[in-house]
Design a protein around this ligand. Structure first.
Ligand code: MTE
Length: 311
């Protein structure tokens, strides 16, 4: 991943959760659709969130990254490699119509239109830390569906050991795909048990609103215990596999980006330390936590593995 020096960001740039919640309650009472109203973003015009279960997690509630940072400081190479390119080029991502093809080792392959995804599954808010491999992090109130619930509908067979995710390929519109920065389309993968873990989320919104294009509209993955590059954006295909699938960053730099990419402060990137991180909106660095703070929930998935070798 290209590394840029990040300009210092003000300590005060943290949104207060109570304020966010009060504003949401007010909008609900006023009958305003929570779409395209708060975020400085280009969000898909036709989509609306049908309502969701708020996240009761109190530990991260007061640590939310300011919404404007979440939607203007992004990694989305299809829209450019600069952190501000995805917002600038957001309108170039065409999200309507949108459907996800689900195929491979499953009994019921099919195509899932984004409208059906929103209508047929329960949406939940999940406040997660997202730790980028570039040693910065954010805390984001995502809205989405447990990935496992969606995958189950397609009845993966006993041969399905891995699941692959693929981003839209559209070089006519996506400027980044006209340059060979990565092996396009962007691809990611999880082991089946990782994909079925209740923390793995298919996100369709953030901060109470439909996902803005620069954050991976209309649907992206969020796997909070892994480095951010695993959280693939703008997904058009999901494939069940018997063998471990190739993934874009691993293909481009195998020594730097492993298949697992679990957040691990003990295993440095070959070119920099992963022991500390800068929370966006804070000046001081803090210690990075094993599995990004989710060790209690996910460590058992990796019991017996050598995490230095399988990084
Ligand atoms: N997905 C696609 N399709 N293309 C990308 O370039 N970047 C990844 C991930 N998903 C990327 C992607 C990286 S490196 C990170 S850190 C996160 O998206 C950033 O998500 P955010 O911009 O919503 O914070």
């Amino acid at each position: 991943m290209l590394i840029k020096t990040q300009a210092a960001i003000k300590e005060s740039a943290v949104t207060d959760y109570a304020l966010y919640q009060r504003r949401r309650d007010f909008l609900k009472i006023a009958g305003v659709a929570l779409t395209g109203t708060v975020l400085p973003s280009i969000a898909p015009a036709g989509l609306q969130l049908p309502g969701y279960q708020p996240d009761p997690d109190s530990a991260l509630k007061n640590q939310l990254t300011e919404a404007i940072k979440v939607t203007s400081y992004n990694n989305f190479y299809e829209l450019g490699t600069g952190k501000d390119d995805p917002l600038k080029n957001a309108a170039k991502l065409k999200t309507e119509p949108w459907a996800i093809t689900v195929e491979g080792e499953c009994e019921r392959p099919g195509v899932l239109a984004i409208e059906d995804l929103l209508a047929k599954f329960d949406l939940q808010e999940r406040i997660y830390r997202l730790r980028c491999v570039e040693a910065w992090s954010m805390v984001i109130p995502w809205i989405g569906i447990e990935l496992g619930q969606v995958l189950k509908r397609f009845q993966p067979t006993s041969k399905a050991k891995y699941v692959e995710f693929v981003t839209l390929m559209d070089p006519d519109n996506l400027p980044g795909q006209r340059r060979a920065v990565l092996d396009w389309p962007y691809r990611e993968g999880l082991r089946m048990d990782e994909a079925m873990h209740p923390l793995s989320l298919l996100a369709v919104g953030l901060y109470g609103e439909v996902l803005p294009n620069q954050n991976g509209a209309p649907v992206r993955l969020v796997v909070p215990w892994k480095y951010g590059f695993k959280s693939i954006k703008s997904i058009v295909a999901i494939r069940f596999h018997e063998q471990q699938p190739a993934t874009s960053w691993n293909v481009s730099a195998p020594r730097e980006y492993g298949f697992y990419a679990n957040v691990n402060p003990l295993v440095d990137h070959p070119r920099w330390s992963q022991a500390r991180e800068r929370k966006i909106g804070h000046l001081r660095k803090t210690q990075t936590l094993m599995f990004n703070g989710y060790a209690e929930q996910v460590a058992e998935l990796y019991a017996g593995m050598d995490l230095r070798r399988q990084f």
